[in-house]
Design a protein around this ligand. Structure first.
Ligand code: PLP
Length: 342
């Protein structure tokens, strides 16, 4: 790996979505008074805490994920960091944790991006993914909230989330495992949401599917979301997506796509979508920071494969290119979603 100006020289085309060690990370500690202090940058490296740490034993932790893009003129653009900060705050409340202020969160993300500026891919080649992590780092033995918390932000350059770029996703409707249930933590980005879906995800991938589409836990009938993305369907001029009533993550991309679609004249409904409605959908797509707006080519349910329109002149493509245009500074940011950090 060589340095070229401000950018690390690497084979950006080969960049996927995996951990790449960068130069710096940012951390802050919080003691019993609930205030985060001593935020500072350190060299990227392993972190140390007690084996009794609450996050390791009882899953008291919240993650976030957001991207920094490099514009042609060299500026770095951050997409809706305030929304990610707010979601972490809400998640922290649910997990009985103190959280950094919105200002502290955004400051940490900016510091992490600037300190790792050489890892932000050239325009069009990917993004620098920033991972904020809030964990119960203090020791516990009986079940209870940690006596100490740590907030950490670190970064990795990323390309496409799914290995086959541009290939439409094939989703498998999961009927055995449930991702979330009413009263649980499906609506927040708790670390405890991801371990339990691995079994279904690995099984679906071993059968050749790209990802899993989860159903509601009560009726096993209504669409919920994908492992790390929200789901949308299109029928005529109507775009539908499941409501954020506690069991699905309120995606920032989801929210942005709803606004973009309404701006383009689509009718957008947040409502329960029965798996049987897939028989009539024109298009299906997923949204998320990591996946962007990803076309779904097929959904398989009880051995039947439903297929949807993909490719040129689809609504999915129009929405996706508008979103990417805003995120990369090519389309005017009328809603003030972008923060310039460099
Ligand atoms: N659903 C889940 C379970 C996720 O982990 C994510 C990723 O953050 C999303 C949806 C999409 O959310 P966002 O658009 O905020 O990245």
């Amino acid at each position: 790996m060589e340095m070229m100006g401000y950018i690390v020289k690497m084979e950006w085309e080969k960049l996927g979505f995996g951990p790449v060690s960068t130069d710096f990370m940012y951390s802050m500690k919080c003691c019993e008074d609930g205030n985060f202090v001593q935020g500072n940058l350190t060299h990227y490296g392993n972190i140390q805490f007690s084996p009794f740490a609450a996050v390791l034993n009882y899953g008291q932790g919240i993650i976030e994920g957001l991207k920094v893009n490099r514009k042609e003129d060299g500026r770095l653009l951050l997409f809706r960091p305030d929304q990610h900060a707010l979601r972490m705050k809400m998640g922290a409340q649910r997990m009985c944790m103190p959280s950094p202020s919105i200002h502290q969160f955004i400051h940490a993300v900016k510091q992490t991006a600037l300190a790792n500026i050489r890892w932000v891919p050239p325009p069009g080649k990917g993004s620098l993914y920033i991972r904020p992590l809030l964990i119960g780092s203090g020791p516990v033995l009986g079940v209870g909230p940690a006596p100490e918390y740590m907030f950490l932000t670190y970064a990795s350059p990323v390309g496409n989330y799914f290995k086959q770029d541009k290939t439409p996703l094939s989703l498998y409707v999961e009927e055995e495992e449930v991702r979330a249930f009413s009263g649980g933590v499906g609506g927040v980005k708790s670390v405890s949401n991801y371990g339990p879906v691995l079994k279904a995800l690995v099984r679906a991938k071993s059968l050749g599917f790209s990802d899993v589409l989860y159903l509601d836990s009560v009726n096993k009938k209504y669409l919920e979301e994908v492992s790390a993305a929200n789901i949308f369907t299109l029928k005529g001029n109507v775009i539908s997506t499941p409501p954020t009533s506690g069991t699905i993550l309120p995606g920032i991309t989801r929210k942005s796509i709803i606004e973009i679609a309404r701006g383009l004249g689509f009718q957008v409904e947040e409502r329960s979508i029965s798996v049987h409605e897939l028989t009539e959908a024109d298009e299906v797509f997923c949204t998320g920071t990591a996946v962007g707006v990803a076309a779904v080519g097929s959904v398989t349910y009880r051995g039947t494969r439903f297929e949807f329109k993909v490719g040129e002149n689809t609504v999915c493509q129009a929405l996706g290119s508008t979103l990417v245009g805003i995120q990369t500074g090519l389309i005017e940011d009328k809603e003030e979603w972008i923060i310039n950090i460099h």
